[in-house]
Structures are given as structure tokens and as C-alpha cells.
Design a binder for this molecule. Structure first.
Ligand code: HEC
Ligand code: HEC
Length: 292
């Protein structure tokens, strides 16, 4: 992946109430226990994916404990030499599909100390389902605080806003009355993670907000560049709509592979997500709540 420079690590939302795409909701079984119903409600609220398949979770857990637990902790909460995967943005984005996790498992991160594992797609999917179960359990715990989330200090939030957000937003401009448009939970989701697009590449969904559209510059070996809106990017191909409105696919395999530079307007939000302290989040929300 060294050819590809991301603005943001190809991350998507895990918090966005208002953005659920019809047709991607979990299929409702005939009878649900209150617990299951709650789990589903929370998973939907956080948009972190359907409830995982319990059998896959079991298989994935066994694999994980044996191969990954040594570094990441057997509950995936982080261990001696591997990061917490439950709160990993990459894992949250994966939503139990294996799509995001697969390249990490198959290639490892040798320079950072993670070896590669020759797992099958089915094994990767099982691990992804296990990690999804872990992040949903964590989300479930976080949800207990939602009852009263506007507990921050609005003045401190305003100061934080002025130094970190005001370059792109204005309380009197684009964010005026934002607190009248969303309830506190939804508003928290919107500022923590405003992505609405790029959730399941290739699947139908609402068109991206133009302000969120990722763009890309492809630089060919001969120096020619092509700019456009990014439709899809993986290890093998980049697909974009050029400025002339043409759909173009670039192979990223082989010696003629072009350079790809992605610009994500929400990259700063992704970065901020890693920077907020718990107090920051509450303070920002308290400030945004004053924008009625
Ligand atoms: C020898 C230690 C080690 C083992 C074993 C290991 N990892 Fe890792 N893993 C790491 C380290 C270190 C990183 C952080 C790399 C970095 O900073 O980019 C990492 C990163 C990751 C990431 C990316 C997290 C992120 O947010 O970018 C995923 C996903 C992951 N590992 C999954 C696994 C899985 C699944 C297994 C088992 C099949 C596994 N790892 C085994 C050490 C390990
Ligand atoms: C580098 C530019 C940039 C910075 C810095 C930035 N944002 Fe954003 N923000 C965006 C873009 C782009 C969007 C998506 C388009 C939109 O919805 O306005 C967005 C969306 C939002 C939304 C959702 C607005 C809506 O109408 O749904 C909120 C709320 C928000 N940001 C709050 C913040 C806060 C709070 C900070 C600072 C902690 C911040 N942003 C920092 C660029 C930025």
C-alpha cells in the first residue's frame, strides 16, 4: 500500500444515526429478546453493522486468541505489543465484513511489528465477526452514558472550536442552528463522524454530500495526471469519475502502476477523532448545543 497516500486511512462512519441506508438494516428474526433488540438498536444507532453471527464469532475468537491475542490481548483490547482493536477506526469501519481487516492480516505490518498470516477469506471473516462483536459490546457500554450527554462546559467547548474547527466551520454560518436540526445524540454523532458516503463501496446508498466527496489525483509513470472524484480504491484498482465526467479505472498492479493521492475533506475529522479527550467531546457538544 505504499503507493497510496490517504488523507485519512479510508475510514468511514461508525456514528451516524440519520444516515442509515434502507435495505442494509439487519433482517429481523421473528422473536427477539429485549437484549437482542437493544443490541440491534445500538448497532443501528452507531451504524457499526448488523449483529454478528454467533457461530462465526466463536470460530473467530478461537483463531484470534491463538494467533493475535498474544499482541492484541485475547479480548482485542490491546496487549503488550499490539494496539487496541476494539476502538480501532479501521476495525470499526470494517463492520464485520473482513474487507478492511483482510489486507492487514494477509500483509501484516512488518515494519511495525505485525507479521502476516496466510488466512483464508472465511477465516478473515470469522475474525472480523469476532472483532465486530467486541466493538458492539464496547458501544453498548458507552451507550449507558447517553441519557445525559450534555454535561460539558460550553465555554471550554467554544475555545476548542475556535482553535480546531473554525478554519472550516462557523457558528454563525454553516453550523448556525445545528442544535435545532439534531438531538444531542445525533449531533454528537455528526461532529464525531460526519461521513455519510463511502460506507459500503459499490452498494447503493444516498449520494454523498458534495462537501464530503473524496477526490483523487492519479499520476501516471509518464507524468500525466488525472483528477477526479474517487469512486473506489483498493490494493488493485482505483476507479474515478474524471473532471470531464468519464469513468476511468486504473490498475495499481505491476511496474506501470500510477501514484494515487487521495484527498478526503473529512480527513481532519478523522484526525480529530483520535485527538479528543473525553472532556473535549463533552465540551464541544455543550458548545454546539448553544447553537439553537
Ligand atoms: C507480534 C505482534 C502482533 C500479532 C501476533 C498480531 N498483530 Fe496486529 N498489529 C500489531 C501491531 C504492532 C500493529 C500496529 C501497526 C501500526 O501501528 O500500524 C497491529 C495492527 C493491527 C491492525 C490494524 C489496526 C489499526 O487500527 O490500524 C489490525 C486490524 C490487526 N493488527 C489485526 C491483527 C489480527 C487479526 C491478528 C491475528 C491474525 C494480528 N493482528 C496479530 C501486532 C501484532
Ligand atoms: C478541515 C476542515 C474541517 C475541520 C477542521 C472540521 N470540520 Fe467539521 N466538517 C467538515 C466537512 C467537510 C464536513 C462535511 C460537510 C458538512 O456536513 O458540513 C463537516 C461536518 C461537520 C458537522 C456536521 C454538519 C452537518 O450539517 O451535518 C459538524 C457538526 C462538524 N463538522 C463539527 C466540527 C467540529 C466541532 C470541529 C472541530 C472539533 C470540526 N467540525 C472540524 C470539515 C471540517
Amino acid at each position: 500500500m505504499t503507493r497510496i497516500s490517504y488523507g485519512c486511512g479510508a475510514v468511514s462512519l461508525f456514528l451516524a444515526t440519520s444516515m442509515l441506508i434502507a435495505g442494509q438494516e439487519p433482517k429481523a428474526p421473528a422473536q427477539k429478546t429485549p437484549d437482542q433488540a437493544r443490541q440491534e438498536m445500538i448497532a443501528k444507532f452507531l451504524a457499526i453493522g448488523d449483529a454478528p453471527d454467533p457461530e462465526a464469532v466463536k470460530r473467530g475468537q478461537a483463531l484470534f486468541v491463538a494467533s493475535c491475542g498474544f499482541c492484541h490481548g485475547s479480548n482485542a483490547n490491546g496487549g503488550n505489543s499490539g494496539p487496541d482493536l476494539v476502538r480501532s477506526v479501521l476495525v470499526l469501519h470494517d463492520k464485520g465484513t473482513g474487507v478492511e481487516i483482510r489486507p492487514v492480516i494477509l500483509n501484516g505490518r512488518p515494519d511495525k511489528g505485525m507479521p502476516k498470516f496466510p488466512f483464508t477469506d472465511a477465516q478473515v471473516k470469522d475474525i472480523a465477526q469476532f472483532l465486530l462483536s467486541r466493538s458492539q459490546a464496547a458501544a453498548n457500554r458507552a451507550n449507558y452514558q447517553i441519557g445525559n450527554i450534555v454535561t460539558g462546559d460550553a465555554k471550554a467547548g467554544e475555545a476548542y472550536f475556535n482553535s480546531n474547527c473554525a478554519g472550516c466551520h462557523s457558528a454563525a454560518g454553516d453550523l448556525a442552528h445545528i442544535a435545532s436540526k439534531f438531538d444531542p445524540v445525533a449531533l454528537q454523532a455528526r461532529f464525531l463522524y460526519p461521513h455519510t458516503a463511502d460506507r459500503f463501496p459499490g452498494q447503493p446508498g444516498p449520494p454523498p454530500d458534495p462537501r464530503e466527496q473524496k477526490t483523487v489525483t492519479v499520476t501516471m509513470k509518464n507524468g500525466v495526471t488525472v483528477n477526479g472524484r474517487l469512486l473506489r480504491l483498493d490494493d488493485f484498482t482505483a476507479v474515478l469519475i474524471t473532471e470531464q465526467g468519464k469513468r476511468q479505472t486504473f490498475s495499481l498492479d505491476g511496474p506501470e502502476a500510477p501514484q494515487i493521492a487521495v484527498h478526503d475533506p473529512l480527513a481532519e475529522h478523522v484526525r480529530l477523532l483520535k485527538q479528543y479527550s473525553n472532556a473535549d467531546m463533552h465540551n464541544i457538544l455543550a458548545f454546539l448545543e448553544t447553537l439553537k
